[in-house]
Design a protein around this ligand. Structure first.
Ligand SMILES: O=P(O)(O)OC[C@@]1(O)O[C@H](CO)[C@@H](O)[C@@H]1O
Length: 391
């Protein structure tokens, strides 16, 4: 069946909105976003004009309607195009994915992230990211992963993939409004497990490029870096592209400065690993890549050719995390049994998703009726995950 045929066979699935009061998506806009603004406001000694802009956003994003960016914003034309269908609408009535993206772009506008002046380029989420990286619990993660050295390549890969998957379980955006979320994530369970197919792409001597589209910094990026090291050190790939965000996004998404912070953290805890990653960047076997697309309110169906070409040339693209999953499959009310291959047939090259569930969208999981019968909570709290592959 061709990709087109696969897509034509897709069920009709409406986009996920935030228009049901009390629902998860409604609570993200109504409760989580104001909480994030409160944390950002307290993060730095911002001057009155920035604090006032943040306060206006807090009111606007909870009870206002979608308004345009200031006309002099560097990306005003792009956002005018993307927001054209939604201007004047309630934030709750536009696609949830779009509303979240626009919220974070408006937040950067409020803190003058792109504006000339002293606050330009200051990541408003740095204190939260730094605190996470300073967490002593990270040492236990690292000690466990350091034991990988010397074990058979397949064992190293299995352990590194497992750590990368569950490293996604709590992102800072989730923790902001659900501080107890972390302790609940003990009943780790996979609702889809294509790990054997994943390992099939990553066998010794097969070389090639792996694109790792990263998600969060800190305690997720560290195991991602361990996976990179396992791939390169065991010849499971000739080179790895680590795709990071070009600007602050969804609180914890990783940028280059977060990678450098991780390398500094590793210099103390795992100096040999840090040296291998540092050398890999210098010899080009580990290339950091970014693109404006990664912070745009679009699904991966709208990939720019520069990224599509990279994914097409790779032997496998690994897409990390919940948000990337939503952008990959389409943030829609898909029947859970909808085949992963059917909704990802458009993607250039082979693709694998490593994701802990923190939002409702799900495909390729035909056996979740019993879980859903008890409500959607299990889809939101990071206790369940998936490994899905489309060759
Ligand atoms: O991509 P991540 O970090 O795994 O998860 C991010 C995320 O779960 O946080 C948002 C709620 O704040 C969700 O809508 C979004 O998908």
């Amino acid at each position: 069946m061709s990709a087109t045929d696969r897509e034509q066979a897709l069920p009709d699935a409406p986009p996920i909105l935030s228009d049901v009061p009390g629902s998860f998506t409604w609570r993200v806009l109504h409760d989580r976003h104001p909480a994030i603004i409160e944390q950002v406001t307290a993060a730095f000694p911002y001057p009155p004009r920035i604090r006032a802009a943040l306060a206006r956003l807090a009111t606007d994003a909870v009870s206002g309607t979608v308004e345009p960016l200031p006309a002099d914003a560097h990306d005003a034309a792009d956002w005018a195009r993307w927001s054209a269908p939604y201007l004047g609408m309630s934030w709750y009535d536009v696609p949830f994915l779009w509303a979240e993206n626009y919220f974070y772009r408006r937040l950067l506008e409020a803190v003058e992230y792109f504006r000339p002046g002293p606050w330009r380029g200051l990541d408003p989420f740095t204190p939260q990211k730094s605190a996470e990286l300073a967490d002593p619990a990270l040492d236990a993660d690292l000690a466990a992963l350091a034991g990988l050295h010397g074990r058979p390549a397949e064992e190293q890969l299995t352990a590194a993939v497992d750590a990368a998957l569950w490293g996604n379980r709590a992102d800072l955006a989730t923790r902001v409004s659900d501080p107890d979320a972390e302790h609940r994530k003990q009943a780790a369970d996979l609702v889809a497990d294509d790990s054997a197919a994943l390992r099939g792409f990553l066998t010794p001597g097969t070389g090639g490029t792996v694109c790792l589209v990263a998600d969060n910094a800190g305690r997720e990026l560290i195991p991602d870096l361990v996976l990179v090291d396992v791939l390169l050190r065991n010849g499971l790939a000739d080179r790895v592209e680590l795709h990071l965000k070009p600007q602050p996004y969804f609180v914890s998404d990783a940028m280059l400065h977060d990678l450098l912070s991780c390398l500094r953290r590793l210099a103390d805890a795992e100096p040999a690993l840090r040296e291998r990653l540092w050398a890999a960047q210098r010899d080009g076997s580990l290339e950091v890549v970014t693109d404006a697309f990664y912070c745009e309110p679009l699904s991966y169906h709208d990939l720019p050719e520069e990224l599509a070409g990279r994914f097409r040339a790779a032997k496998l693209t690994i897409v990390k995390g919940d948000l990337n999953y939503r952008r990959l499959v389409g943030d829609r009310h898909w029947p859970a049994a909808t085949p992963f291959a059917a909704v990802t047939g458009y993607f250039p090259g082979a693709v694998a998703a490593l994701r802990t569930l923190k939002s409702e969208v799900l495909v390729g999981a035909p056996d979740v009726a019993a879980l859903d019968a008890a409500g959607v909570g299990w889809r939101l709290d990071g206790t369940h995950g998936l490994i899905q592959v489309r060759g």
